[in-house]
Design a protein around this ligand. Structure first.
Ligand code: MRU
Length: 356
């Protein structure tokens, strides 16, 4: 399986996704500050993957802390959590993972555990978040593969693969599972300007797995749909609001509208950790605005003239009416999403003894 993120002793190792596919270089984070920087600068990216990275970063921070006593450790812990929360605003998996780490720390502190015991407890929770993410991807794959007919030509946008998760992938997990079940699947990967996650990362992963992959620029998706060359669209998600509106990589909304126009099913694949019942609708989801340089430059080469203004919203919101189904580890959720999302999240909360 692809090495997105791994803990090796007291170091968090990540493949540097900014350098793929040209170079397979690994970044070794020894402090929570280094983990936060890796998330902010997109060494690691993708909603579930950044949640896992934040959890490991928090565990690492407590393990390395030189705080005198648990009271001082609690102050330091809060600062580390705040630092992780300030890295990227849109993917809710980040905040979900931080909340889990906070809850576990709180339980240990209340039980009067030593710094060592708290560090062990947080390590275990980070490992759990990591392992659960891989298991969720596998389950999404099993549920989602059934809806892809043999011979399907599937369009995806951005990278919702092994690199965007702890392994296997959400949208690409569905494609992988369909291929593993013996179906012939051809994938069209949108290039995904400006960071090129589709051209660089999705294509790299799929080619590595021997899956039939064609890279197109975003502007080619419409004409291909019109020509009858796309049977289904499947993408990941960064945050799904309570009504089903879904934030995902910029360009997803356009693909969804095009799919609707051409009567092509449009699926989201995301773990339940991406569902944010606390956000009523898509317009309330914070959208990250990234560095203008990602648009104005390609590597070190300037593309745009000095003086031209640049916008770089990194995500957009697809209204729920364009979404045919949401593939989760609990099965495929269908409209009305206000009901199906709440029921799915409630199911997990009951299983784990949490309140929805
Ligand atoms: O800015 P990124 O690369 O972190 O954005 C990632 C995406 O938008 C993915 O499509 C989404 O996180 C799904 S990841 C399984």
């Amino acid at each position: 399986m692809l090495p997105t993120i791994d803990r090796q002793e007291d170091v968090i190792v990540m493949v540097d996704q900014r350098k793929l596919p040209g170079q397979e270089v690994y970044v070794r984070c020894r402090t929570p500050q280094e983990v936060a920087k890796a998330i902010r600068t997109m060494v690691i990216r993708g909603a579930p993957a950044i949640g896992v990275a934040a959890a490991w970063g928090i565990a690492l921070g407590v393990r390395r802390s030189t705080a005198k006593g648990t009271r001082q450790l609690a102050v330091e812990f809060q600062k580390i959590c705040d630092m992780m929360a300030a890295t990227r605003p849109t993917a809710v998996n980040l905040f979900w993972a931080i909340d889990r780490m906070k809850r576990v720390f709180g339980e240990g502190a209340q039980a009067g555990e030593s710094a060592e015991e708290l560090a062990n407890r947080l390590d275990r929770e980070a490992q759990k978040i990591h392992d659960e993410d891989v298991a969720s991807c596998r389950a999404m794959g099993a549920h989602g593969a059934e809806m892809l007919a043999d011979g399907s030509r599937v369009l995806t946008h951005c990278n919702a693969g092994a690199l965007a998760t702890a392994g296997y992938g959400s949208a690409l997990g569905v494609i992988r599972a369909a291929v593993e079940s013996g179906k012939k699947i051809a994938v069209f990967a949108d290039e995904t300007r400006p960071f090129l996650q589709g051209a660089r990362l999705t294509a790299w992963e799929l080619v590595r797995d021997g899956i039939n992959t064609t890279v197109i620029t975003e502007s080619m998706a419409g004409p291909l749909m019109r020509a009858g060359e796309i049977d289904a669209v499947i993408v990941g998600a960064d945050r799904i609001a309570a009504n089903g509106d879904t934030a995902n990589k910029i360009g997803t909304y356009t693909v969804a509208v095009l799919a609707h126009e051409h009567n092509i099913p449009f699926y989201i694949a995301a773990p339940l950790s991406t569902i944010d019942l606390g956000t009523a609708e898509g317009d309330k989801i914070p959208i990250e605005e990234r560095d203008q340089r990602e648009v104005s430059h390609l590597g070190s080469a300037r593309l745009t003239p000095e003086g031209a203004k640049i916008r770089n919203p990194a995500f957009d919101v697809t209204p729920h009416r364009y979404i045919t189904g949401i593939v989760t580890e609990r099965g495929i959720l269908r409209p009305p999403y206000a009901e199906s999302l709440a029921a799915a999240v409630r199911g997990v909360a009951q299983d784990s003894g949490l309140k929805a």
